[in-house]
Design a protein around this ligand. Structure first.
Ligand code: ADP
Length: 533
């Protein structure tokens, strides 16, 4: 027997309609390309999203069509999120930091006919022009420089809006229809398209907004430092609308000083980003002796959160650090360091140890670890296995790919993890980054974590090198903080006190910098390639 309750599809348009209706005056603050601060609110975002939907329709965009975006975090990009998905088209966010060739490949693969582009990315687009034969219109999210106006068939965003009515009725549709498309950043091969549905997007936003999760409230000021082009900015644009939070969009200014001043002037209470961004902010705060007065919660994900970041922000700035785990394929937030009863009271080292884990599943996602044959492994905190997930916002296929990625209904993440009896998991490695020394595994992530607790160390990377006797051994590459000196033998002695003896790398190299991927993570594939490994 079916329940006798209404069925209403879960649609992205309902989020912006709600934010406008109940939180219309709540501000959306956005940093423009020239550094100026632009102010609007949920009401204006909704009105302009309707205008954009009309404008896109006039350009021939129909339900199911893909519209690409190449832009930083700003109000026009936010409007585009709502306009494109709301009208039934698919918002394809493109990472401008990818190799130009990959961008062309992705635009082509997605079949984008219209691109919304920041002025800063027009030269990039121009260089790709011959490979973008399918693109009919380029809409510039800002002023178009005169020298490029003649080359590309461009139109300015504001002109498109000025010509469009603000009357647009968001269509009802099946909640399983696609709303957004994001390609993986290709660290594990060719970029693959993850196609989010309206339903998965709303359920993910709800989960992210919950109190023990990232926690969004109408009294919060939320700033996604994670880009809108990286897995829907971890749900910030949607969760903020759902809760009616004020949203602060930092544009392309992600250095420590810019972030700090914006966070202080706009009284940001909640933010999230990858560890590299927070390391830069930490360095700025330490050097300048500045204090964060308003920030309450800091989400860290996309890569393991260094312990130094946790203790710095928690102890010095009294900010709650929220490490999490996810991937483009999981919308992306799947696990956070969600507390259990009693955990909120943990203090000192006990709290830091708890936070140093990668998190446990949010309601709506299930996680497990399995062996090479797919058999379940014990959740005892020490047995490592392949991490697999399933849930309402986990992908079950890739856009325009035949291959079914699932194994027995689970998505294999490619990560290796241990899990304890309470479901807290710790990512030890990506399967391809693991180091097998004399038949035993060495966790590159853990070795990096321990190395970065040394006060002279800024960043560390560990990769496997072949060894005649042990099979593989770890090679440790270290970037020191400015003006620091650290003899390799001293670092070895430091590690000896903190990890098993056989983990200590015989080879340690001090390097000026380490390569990062388009999403700001350590690029181990590039490190291996540089060394011919
Ligand atoms: P890509 O797969 O292209 O790098 P994603 O942003 O989807 O792009 O990356 C997801 C991966 O990031 C995960 O599979 C995992 O390896 C890594 N990752 C995410 N969060 C964490 C974490 N808390 N600890 C360790 N690794 C993490």
């Amino acid at each position: 027997m079916f329940g006798l309750m209404m069925y209403r599809p879960l649609l992205v348009s309902s989020l912006i309609a709600h934010a406008d209706r109940y939180h219309g005056d709540t501000e959306i603050v956005s940093r423009e390309a020239d550094g100026a601060v632009h102010r609007s609110n949920w009401h204006q975002v909704h009105r302009r999203a309707r205008q954009l939907a009309n404008g896109l329709q006039a350009l021939g965009v129909a339900p199911g069509d893909r519209v690409g975006t190449l832009g930083w975090n700003h109000h026009r990009h936010l409007e585009a999120y709502y306009a494109i998905s709301g009208m039934g088209a698919i918002c394809h966010t493109i990472n401008p930091r990818l190799f130009p060739g990959q961008i062309a490949e992705i635009v082509e693969h997605a079949g984008d006919q219209v691109l919304l582009v920041d002025p800063a990315f027009l030269p990039l687009l121009e260089s790709l022009r011959p490979a973008l034969s399918g693109v009919r219109h380029v809409v510039v999210m800002g002023a178009c420089p005169d020298n490029l106006r003649t080359i590309l068939p461009v139109m300015e965003y504001e002109t498109l809006l000025a010509q469009a009515s603000d009357q647009f009725f968001w269509p009802d549709m099946d909640e399983r229809q696609a709303a957004a498309l994001c390609y993986t950043s290709g660290t594990t091969g060719r970029p693959k398209g993850v196609l989010y549905s309206h339903r998965s997007t709303l359920l993910h936003a709800w989960a992210v907004a919950l109190p023990d999760s990232l926690s969004f409230s109408a009294t919060d000021v939320a700033m996604p430092v994670v880009p809108l082009f990286h897995a829907n900015a971890w749900g910030f644009p949607y969760a903020a609308a759902l809760a009616g939070s004020k949203l602060v969009l930092p544009g392309g200014f992600l250095d420590g000083a810019s972030l700090y001043h914006l966070m202080e002037s706009e009284r940001v209470t909640l933010t999230a980003g990858v560890p590299t961004v927070w390391s830069q902010l930490m360095q700025f705060l330490q050097t300048e002796g500045c204090t964060l007065h308003h920030l309450k919660r800091l989400g860290v994900g996309g890569a393991a959160c260094p312990k130094t970041l946790i203790s710095y922000f928690e102890d010095i700035h009294r900010v709650t650090v929220l490490p999490g785990w996810g991937m483009t394929e999981t919308s992306p937030v799947a696990a956070l360091t969600l507390p259990k009863a009693g955990q909120k009271e943990l203090v000192g080292q006990a709290r830091r140890d708890w936070l140093a884990r990668s998190g446990r599943a949010l309601f709506g996602v299930e996680m497990d670890i399995v062996d090479d044959a797919g058999q379940g492994l014990p959740h005892d905190g020490t047995t490592r296995g392949h991490l697999q997930v399933r849930g309402h916002w986990v992908c079950n296929g890739y856009y325009r790919e035949e291959r079914d990625p699932l194994q027995e209904g689970w998505f294999p993440t490619g990560d290796v993890a241990v899990m304890d009896a309470d479901g807290f998991m710790q990512i030890t490695d990506r399967a391809k980054d693991m180091i097998k020394s004399g038949g035993e595994w060495i966790s590159s992530i853990e070795l990096e974590q321990v190395t970065t607790t040394h006060p002279a160390v800024q960043e560390a990377a560990v990769i496997a090198v072949r060894h005649a006797h042990w099979g593989e051994r770890p090679l440790l590459l270290v970037v020191l903080r400015p003006e620091q000196v650290l003899p390799v033998e001293e670092l070895q002695r430091y590690l000896e006190q903190r990890v098993a003896k056989w983990w200590i790398p015989e080879q340690i190299e001090l390097v000026a910098s380490l390569p990062h991927t388009a999403t700001g993570k350590l690029n181990k594939a590039a490190l291996r390639a540089e060394r011919g490994l």
